[in-house]
Design a protein. Sequence first.
Length: 181
Amino acid sequence: MARKVSPPVDVRRSTRRRRTVSAYRDGERVVVLIPDQFSSAEEAEWVDRMLGRLSARDKRAGKGGDSALRARAVRLAGRYYPEYPVAAAPTSVRWVDNQNSRWGSCTPDDRTIRLSTRLATMPGWVIDYVLLHELAHLVVPRHGKEFWSLVERYPKTERARGYLEGIADASMSTPRGSRPR
């Protein structure tokens, strides 16, 4: 029987945190934030619980299906870029684990889009924004005025950009008392 391999986990303890526990993906690692006063047994229990929750979120977000992700991109392109039925149509859209400094990337020459698996646990409207951003690159490769006018057709553009900036800023800081597990 094959043994399921868990991702590396960093447990970060906080003296300011009293009861809440949270977790998020940071590249291939999982970061679990817990109160400093938790015992080793409580820590282990919460790490297992949070890994389960992240896995369930991944499934809900459709992370496992690149074909579902491509279908989502095609629907979004049809809705927001209807005048570009061919130009905004990707040949493939897939989740990748190797993007730690970008949320998504696009290769206009072969019409492929890749999204970081870090997005899979984020709200759907954030994933839609990143997909639309990358789809816009199929029409306009560079970040110019025409490109941004396409992206800004999505009504939640500013909200999604703020959300992603907040996540990026939060992952840059390491709380005191943190320690890898």
